[in-house]
Each structure stands twice: as C-alpha cells, then as structure tokens.
Ligand binder design. Structure first.
Ligand code: G3I
Length: 317
C-alpha cells in the first residue's frame, strides 16, 4: 500500500470492479471491496478507473444463463448492472472499461476462437444474445446514464510486430471506425500492453497504430502494462531486467509518439503479478517473470527507470 501511495497517481482494481465481484447473484450487489479501494484512493488523492462492465470473463453462472435466454433478458441484465453500478460509483469513477476484449483472436493464437466465428468480434455470451450490435448497445447505455463518463473500450494483443497482432489491429480499427461512423459514444481506447518478450516489437508499427486510433478522435491509454518473459528466461537478472527495460522503453516511447497519454502497469511488484499466479503463464521452478517496475522485495528495477525515461521523453539508458 505504501508503494502504491508513493508510486501511482491512478489506480485500477484488478478484480473488485468486475461483474462477478459486484453482482455475484442476481440483484445482490457487493461494493465492499470496490468502495474500499475507492476510499483508500480518495484518502491518498489518487484517481481510480473502473474495469470492466461488459466482458466475457468473470460473468457469474446466473448472468451467463440469463444472457443466454435471449436479447430482452440480456439487455435487462446489462441495464440492471449499469443502473446499480454507475450511479453508485459515479462520484469516484470517471473512466470505465465499458467493453473489455471484444475482438476475436485471429487463428493461430494461444486461445483460438471457436471454429464458427469468422467475424471481427469474439464469440461471447453478449454477442450471441444481442448480435454484433452489443458493443454499441453497451457503449450507448453507459452514455445514457452518465453524460461525462470517459467511456473506454479495452483490448489486448495489438502491440507486437507479428502477422497475428497485425490482424488483430486491423479488426480493432474496423470496429472503431464503424462505431465512429455511427456516432456511437466512445471516448478512449485502452491498449492493455501485456508485452511478451518472445514476440518482436517494432516501434514505428505500434506508433502508427496509435496514431490511427487518435485520428478517430479517440484518446489512447495503456491500461495493463507488464512483460511476460520467455520460458525459460534468457540470462541472469541483470540481463533479463535490461531486456525488459529496453522493451518497455521502446513500447512506451512509441505509444507516446502515437499520442497515448495515460499509462497503468498491471500491478507494481513481480511478487503479486498475475504472471506469477496463473499456472499457465508462470515460469515455475521458483522463478518469476520480471515484468513489473518492482521486484519481489519491492526494490526498483531497471523497468522503473525505463518508465521514468519514457515519461520524460529521454532515450533508453
Ligand atoms: O474467484 C474468487 C472469488 O470467489 C473471490 O470472491 C475473489 C476475492 O478477491 O477472488 C476470486 O479469485 C480470483 C480473482 O482473480 C481475485 O484474485 C479469481 O479466481 C481469478 O480468476 C481472478 O484472476 C484475475 C483475472 O483477470 C480474471 O478476473 C487476475 O487476477 C487478473 O490479473 C486478470 O486480469 C486480466 C484483466 O482483467 C483483463 N486483461 C487481462 C488480464 C490478465 O489476464
């Protein structure tokens, strides 16, 4: 907590504002954890962003079943969630990931899409119930309830210089252009920034992508920055931290060159990262991904200095 108080100006709950956390049973809302975070942040003068209202993960079974009943019930579930959450947190949360991860992963990914899905949109309970228009429905419904909320659409896998990421960038841009053409309310795009050292990165490719989003008069935020190392990682801690720092500096410098203005890391210390907690991603063998600004003992790593240099527009160290 002391580290967060010292290091961060903007917070995002890793779990406590998700659908399953806020409405575990239909009509029973639990704001305890979310409000505790908001109160802590208020005490320390920090802003808090909300994550996430409409997503395919962390949907409780009751909601998944209700949404599957069809469009009217699905719309009622969405409206009831918004009606409870947005007014309650309005004074403290001025930016929400209203729609999270709507883009279908292209073929050849770790998480392949079901075969039937050929469109740009991920096959989710919301898509099945409301059709492709669910994204516009979700965004409009937020604007109807809050005229000045910063409405954000958040996604991942659009950072690397690979054909897969290029295809996902194309899909996201097609969605964004369609929403803009139809005047659907949207203020910002969240690019999660879960970087992977196994993937090549080319700054000019990513900077151009950010520019294309900005050209749609949308703000760009990096919302979940961290770095997954290769398995096994290459070199000793110094070499690993240097590689991670250079990647982060290149990524953020490109993001800022493209017009991004906000950066959040997904945690501060390697010790508490989902990269360490999630079996499928963790390094194992007592090793941890060194993908956040602070190490296990909360010491600053080279990544911290890379962040600082990128913020200051300075070259990599
Ligand atoms: O399931 C329990 C729940 O019953 C309990 O009430 C709650 C109390 O905190 O904890 C829940 O445990 C786990 C939760 O994290 C809190 O630690 C969930 O089982 C676990 O699935 C959940 O994992 C999170 C995951 O999103 C799913 O929500 C990770 O911590 C979090 O790092 C990860 O973050 C996602 C972003 O939301 C979207 N972008 C990708 C990113 C990484 O996957």
């Amino acid at each position: 907590a002391a580290l967060v108080a010292r290091e961060a100006a903007l917070l995002v709950p890793e779990y406590e504002a998700k659908f399953a956390a806020l409405q575990p049973e239909e009509g029973r809302f639990d704001f305890t954890q979310f409000e505790a975070i908001a109160a802590w942040a208020q005490h320390f003068g920090k802003a808090v962003r909300g994550h996430a209202l409409v997503w395919h993960q962390d949907l409780p079974d009751w909601a998944r079943a209700a949404i599957a009943e069809g469009p009217r019930r699905a719309r009622a579930v969405l409206d009831a969630h918004y009606d409870a959450v947005l007014p309650r947190m309005r004074a403290r949360i001025r930016d929400w990931d209203v729609v999270n991860e709507p883009i279908a992963n292209p073929p050849g990914s770790d998480v392949p899409e079901p075969p039937g899905n050929t469109g740009d949109l991920r096959d989710t309970p919301w898509l099945r119930a409301l059709g492709p228009d669910y994204v516009a429905i979700a965004l409009r419904a937020a604007r109807e309830r809050d005229a000045t909320l910063r409405i954000t659409l958040n996604d991942y896998g659009v950072e690397a210089d690979t054909p897969w990421a290029e295809e996902k960038r194309r899909r996201l841009l097609r969605l964004l252009r369609g929403l803009r053409q139809r005047n659907v309310p949207l203020d910002a795009v969240g690019i999660q920034g879960h970087l992977q050292m196994r993937e090549p990165f080319r700054p000019e490719v990513f900077a151009e992508f950010v520019r294309q989003i900005r050209a749609l008069d949308l703000q760009v935020a990096i919302t979940e920055l961290d770095v997954r190392e290769t398995r096994p990682p290459v070199g000793d801690f110094v070499q690993r931290d240097t590689a991670v720092a250079l990647r982060v500096h290149a990524f953020l410098s490109a993001a800022f060159a493209g017009g991004a203005r906000t950066v959040l890391t997904w945690g501060l210390s390697d010790r508490w990262s989902w990269l360490h907690r999630e079996e499928a991603v963790a390094l194992g063998g007592g090793d941890v991904h060194r993908g956040l600004p602070f190490d296990w003992e909360l010491n600053r790593k080279q990544m911290w200095r890379a962040l600082a240099r990128a913020f200051l527009g300075q070259p990599a160290g």
